[in-house]
Every structure is written in structure tokens, then in C-alpha cells.
Write a protein that binds this ligand. Structure first.
Ligand code: FAD
Length: 598
């Protein structure tokens, strides 16, 4: 059976020692009083919740899956899910970072980020039920009318009801401009929605008395394509004016998908049969409103893989210390045993350190992004708010795609540490691999994230935001450039930062002549950019750790941090050279292949 220990010490290191979040948060009026002890205490309790309540349901939920009663259209999630959800609501966990005006606790996003990382480690499938509600909350908070906010937000904030996002239809996933679900205006100002959605996460369940579906649909006179999409809120049960649950609405689950992983989460086919909804935001501007939810969800999906990377690493590490097999190449290490523990073998260490470096680098990036979200919302200086928003927009596709691709690499490496025992169910490792796989696909595939990064976020504004992030990296390089102890981290980072401008300009120029060049290079480009960002955070983590060591701090935590940074720069970061080369090789080897693909 797998184990999980919340990585509280590492979270504290990132938040308080590297990023000094409380100093930053103090400048933001709603968080002026927050202190490290409060954050740590909340996360300690959150970790207990993850370990004691949802982690024990991870394997059983995977084995049991969800069941649909085809006559009533009701879905029952695995045993224990409903009770765990009741405890989640009772503990006030849904409300952590929500607006106090609607019953939220108003804690900074950073706290939510770390809490959800632990929840994802413990049980991704379960965590998706409340996870989707958060995105719905944010979309409604940003674009809902006062009446909608008053009616629905308190229920989402308390967790009394959950939310979903209904975009995908059988014939359209990436290309939402093709969606067909119709919304007919009614005399009373509501709309009647008709159509079919598929793949809707947490789309139906009995864990809450109501579900709020956020649905994309088309008005009768809507223009074609993505400019003709509007957003609607469609509750499972109509909601009375006083907020109580009313009659059953015409939206139901027509089937459940049978899938590779996240079995405990109901992936529902949703039928809208004249379902009553109200519009959120302006007509035909639904995609923009939904983007609030999608951006939140993209960061959330990166966090799912971060959680799985961490839990897979913890289990692989414990196994590698325990499992004995063969002798170390450099001489016997465990003389009292018939063989050495497999952790003595260099390649086993490489697999473990890969997962560790990706988990800890991912954590630093994710916490940094949520701090930017807090600053974007609350910083008194308008320029800081604007810059924070721009940088988080640049980093969002990297969080989504780089963390989920790394999660794929890491969970597979950790499974490999177990040899054949990783492939069988008993140790839980194959479930981490399966559960992680969807993270690379949904919320816009990682290819789409790469196009978003290179096409829109970088070339779309002539690299202006990338340059802003480059300045942040440049400041660290300038600060540490003469420090010999930092040279092994700063030199490769400085080299890549320097190359990045030329590399980007070159791709932009080729893309201008032939747009397929952007499509051919984008996935490699995102990985290079991901390493630039990780390189920056690993250098900062090494800097903090080296300072502690220099000050005489004997805690082995800091030495471990320096060693992991060393591993990252020596063994993972250099893939940027290959990636730049493959990106530069252009589109011809792909697009002139009609004969090959005939
Ligand atoms: C378990 C699960 C849960 C999900 N949850 C939700 C949910 O809650 N709500 C919801 O609305 N949807 C959900 N989805 C749907 C998910 O977001 C889509 O599957 C995803 O966006 C891809 O769409 P698609 O499957 O139609 O693939 P397609 O759009 O058909 O894409 C197929 C392939 O073509 C590539 N491709 C497409 N266009 C381009 C392009 N322009 N350039 C390069 N490559 C391209 C894609 O990257 C992909 O590799 C879920 C899916 C699954 C499997």
C-alpha cells in the first residue's frame, strides 16, 4: 500500500525562505495581517485532512469507480466519497481562499495552492469534485450579475453545491468554435438549452444536493465560430429565489465514460433537454468569461501532476531504500545483507532525483504563480497588478504543460523503480501513472498550451512579457554572477537566458514566413521555456540553501536542496540543447511527409 506524508517542510521552505511570501502579502491590504504561523497551521491541518480522509479512498475509489443508474440518471461515486465530502464542507476547506463577502475565509491563494497540492497527492479523482467548483466560483465571481453572485456564490464557497465546466461536445474539443448546443431566449429572461456535452468531470454525483453547470452554448442569431459562444449557468435543480433547491431541471447524465484513470471521478455525458439557464456575462462573449475558469483550471491541472509527482516520489524513495537487489558496482554497501538496496545503483538514483527535482521545482513555480495571482488582485500599485497578471498569463501554459509532462516522466520513473512490482496494482504506482495521463490532455492539450505560449503569449506581443520575466532572471544572474559557489547553477541559466532571445526571434521570423514553423517548434519551445523557469527557481533555492549552510545551519535539508539543484542542472536542464536543435530543424520533416503518411 502506498504512503503519503505532506511535504510541509518543503512548502515552508518555498513560501517563507525562498519567496518570502508573507513580506509580499503584507503589502496587499486584505492579507496585511497574515503571518507564517497561520499559513503553516492551516496547511498542517490540511495535510492531516488529505492523509486521513481522502488518501485512504484513493485505491478503493480507483477499483470501484462510479456507477450510473440509467433509469434515474443518478450517479453514485465510490464508497466513502460522499462522507469525505461532508467532512470537507464541515471543515470549511472549500472556503479557504474565497471572498469573505460570500462566506469565504479570504486567505491568500498561496494557501489554497499548497492545500490542493496535498489533496491531489492524496486522491486526484476525489479532489476534482471540489476542484471544478473553484473554477466555477471564479468565473461567476468575475462575470456574474449581482443577483447570480448572491444566489450561487455562497453555495459554491461553502461547498454546499459543486460546479462543473461544460465545454466539450462529441465533435468539438479543441475547436470550441464548432459547438452546437443551443440556447433559446425565453420571455422571462432565462434561456432554454438543448444539446449534448461529453467528458464532463464531476458532471453528476450524489455528494451535494445540487450541481451548478457552467455551459457554453450558442444563441439562435449567434455569429459562426468562437465569436458566437455565450456562457450560461444551468443548475441540476432549479433554484428558488430564496436560494433553496426547486424542481429538477432538464439537464442529466446520459452515460459515464470508461477510462484509463481517475476512476473515482464521474466523467459524464451530459444531455441538455430544454434545461433552464441564465446567461453569465455578455451575449457571444462566453468564451472570454469561461477563460477565467479555464485559466484557474489550467493552474489546477498543473497542480494535479505536482501532487502525483510528489506522492510517486515518496513511495519510490521508500521502496528503493528497502528493496535489495544486486551489489553496488563500486563495492558492497550492505555487508549484513545478501544484496544491496537498489538505491545504490546510479540509474535508480537518477529516476528518484528526476521525480524529486520536478516535484520541488514545480512547487516553487506553482507557489510563485499563486503569489502573482494575489498581487494581481490586491496590490495597491496598478503597475505591479498589471505586471503580475501578465507574468502569470505567460507562466500558465508552462505550469499546465511542463508540470504535467514532468508528472508523466516522474510517475513513470517512480513506477520503474519498483521494477515489475510497479506494474502490478498492489503498490499503487501504476495508478499514479494512469491518473496523471489525463492531465496532459484535458484543459487544452499540451500541444495547445505550447501554441498558446509561443504563438500568443510570446510572439503575439513581440516577446514583451517574456522580456519582463527575463529581467527577473537577469537580476538573479547579476546578483550571483560572481559567486563561485553558485557558478554551477548560474552559468547554465545565464547561457540559456542569453540564447532564449535569439531562439525566440528566429522562430518568430520563420513563423512569419510560414505559420507551420510555429506549430512545428511550439512543443519543444515550451519545454525549453519550462527549463528556463525551473532553472531560475532551482538557482534561487540553491542560493537560499547555500546561504543557510554558509551561516552554519547544520540541517541536512539544505545540503539536500543543493544536491538536488546540482542534479537538476547536470542531468535534466541540458535537454534544452537537444530541444532547441529539434525546434530549429523546422517544419519540413513534418509537413513534406504525405508519402510517408499515405
Ligand atoms: C477524463 C476527461 C475529463 C474531461 N473533463 C472535461 C470537463 O470537465 N469539461 C469539458 O468541457 N471537457 C472535459 N474534457 C475534454 C477535454 O478537455 C478534451 O478532450 C480536450 O480538450 C481535447 O479535445 P478532444 O478530445 O476533442 O481532442 P481533439 O480536439 O479532437 O484533438 C485531437 C488531437 O489533435 C490535436 N490538435 C487539435 N487541434 C490542434 C491544433 N490546432 N494544432 C495542433 N494540434 C491540434 C490535439 O492536441 C490532440 O492531440 C475531459 C476529457 C477527459 C478525457
Amino acid at each position: 500500500m502506498p504512503q503519503y506524508n505532506p511535504p510541509l517542510r518543503d512548502m515552508q521552505f518555498v513560501m517563507h525562505e525562498v519567496l518570502k511570501v508573507t513580506d509580499e502579502l503584507k503589502i496587499l491590504p486584505p492579507h496585511a495581517d497574515i503571518d507564517a504561523d497561520t499559513i503553516n497551521a492551516v496547511l498542517e491541518e490540511g495535510g492531516k485532512f488529505a492523509v486521513e480522509v481522502t488518501f485512504p479512498l484513493n485505491i478503493s475509489g480507483d477499483e470501484e469507480g462510479c456507477t450510473l443508474d440509467k433509469t434515474t440518471h443518478e450517479v453514485t461515486p465510490p464508497k466513502g466519497f460522499k462522507e469525505a465530502y461532508a467532512k470537507y464542507v464541515e471543515g470549511g476547506w472549500a472556503a479557504l481562499s474565497c471572498d469573505p463577502e460570500y462566506g469565504g475565509q479570504g486567505l491568500p491563494f498561496v494557501v489554497n495552492q499548497c492545500f490542493y497540492e496535498m489533496m491531489n497527492s492524496a486522491n486526484q479523482a476525489w479532489t476534482m469534485y471540489p476542484g471544478l467548483s473553484h473554477g466555477a466560483y471564479e468565473a461567476l465571481h468575475a462575470h456574474g450579475t449581482d443577483a447570480q453572485k448572491k444566489l450561487y456564490l455562497p453555495k459554491l464557497v461553502s461547498g454546499e453545491w459543486t460546479g462543473t465546466m461544460c465545454l466539450t461536445e462529441p465533435h468539438c474539443g479543441t475547436d470550441l468554435g464548432m459547438l452546437r448546443t443551443k440556447a433559446e431566449p425565453q420571455a422571462d429572461g432565462t434561456f432554454k438549452l438543448t444539446g449534448n456535452k461529453i467528458f464532463i468531470s464531476a458532471g453528476e454525483h450524489d455528494m451535494t444536493p445540487n450541481i451548478l453547470h457552467l455551459v457554453l452554448a450558442r444563441l439562435p442569431d449567434a455569429p459562426q465560430g468562437s465569436k458566437g459562444i455565450s456562457l450560461f449557468i444551468v443548475p441540476k435543480f432549479n433554484v428558488n429565489e430564496d436560494g433553496s433547491v426547486g424542481s429538477r431541471n432538464g439537464i442529466y447524465c446520459g452515460g459515464l465514460e470508461h477510462k484509463m484513470g481517475i476512476h473515482g471521478n464521474a466523467t459524464a455525458q451530459i444531455v441538455l433537454d430544454g434545461a433552464v439557464g441564465t446567461m453569465v456575462g455578455a451575449p457571444n462573449k462566453g468564451l472570454a468569461a469561461m477563460f477565467v475558469m479555464m485559466n484557474a483550471a489550467r493552474l489546477g491541472v498543473g497542480n494535479q501532476s505536482l501532487g502525483l509527482t510528489e506522492v510517486a516520489y515518496q513511495n519510490a524513495l521508500a521502496y528503493a531504500k528497502d528493496r535489495i537487489q544486486m551489489r553496488s558496482l563500486s563495492g558492497v554497501k550492505a555487508k549484513d545483507k545478501p544484496a544491496d538496496p537498489i538505491i545504490v545503483h546510479p540509474d535508480v538514483r537518477k529516476m528518484l532525483l528526476t521525480a524529486k527535482a520536478y516535484a520541488e521545482g514545480g512547487r516553487a513555480l506553482a507557489v510563485y504563480c499563486t503569489l502573482l495571482l494575489d498581487k494581481e488582485l490586491h496590490h495597491p500599485d496598478e503597475k505591479v497588478r498589471k505586471d503580475s497578471g501578465e507574468i502569470v498569463a505567460l507562466l500558465t501554459p508552462i505550469v499546465k504543460a511542463f508540470l504535467t509532462d514532468n508528472g508523466h516522466i516522474a510517475t513513470n520513473a517512480c513506477m520503474q523503480v519498483f521494477g515489475g512490482h510497479g506494474y502490478i496494482k498492489e503498490w499503487g504506482m501504476e495508478q499514479f501513472v494512469r491518473d496523471n495521463r489525463i492531465n496532459m490532455i484535458y484543459e487544452g492539450t499540451n500541444t495547445i498550451q505550447s501554441l498558446d505560449l509561443l504563438g500568443r503569449k510570446v510572439l503575439g506581443n513581440n516577446g514583451a512579457t517574456l522580456k519582463k520575466f527575463g529581467k527577473i532572471v537577469g537580476a538573479l544572474i547579476a546578483e550571483e554572477g560572481v559567486n563561485e559557489k553558485m557558478a554551477e547553477f548560474i552559468n547554465p541559466l545565464a547561457y540559456l537566458a542569453d540564447q532564449m532571445t535569439k531562439f525566440t526571434t528566429e522562430l518568430g521570423f520563420k513563423g512569419f514566413q510560414n505559420p507551420d514553423e510555429v506549430g512545428a517548434a511550439a512543443v519543444d519551445y515550451l519545454r525549453v521555456a519550462g527549463h528556463l523557469v525551473f532553472g531560475y527557481f532551482w538557482a534561487r533555492m540553491a542560493q537560499t540553501a547555500l546561504r543557510e549552510i554558509a551561516a552554519g545551519n547544520p540541517d541536512p535539508f539544505y545540503l539536500a536542496k543543493v544536491q538536488t539543484a546540482r542534479f537538476y542542472f547536470a542531468k535534466l536542464f541540458p535537454e534544452t540543447a537537444t530541444l532547441m536543435r529539434t525546434a530549429r530543424s523546422g517544419s519540413r520533416a513534418l509537413m513534406d511527409t504525405d508519402a510517408a503518411l499515405a
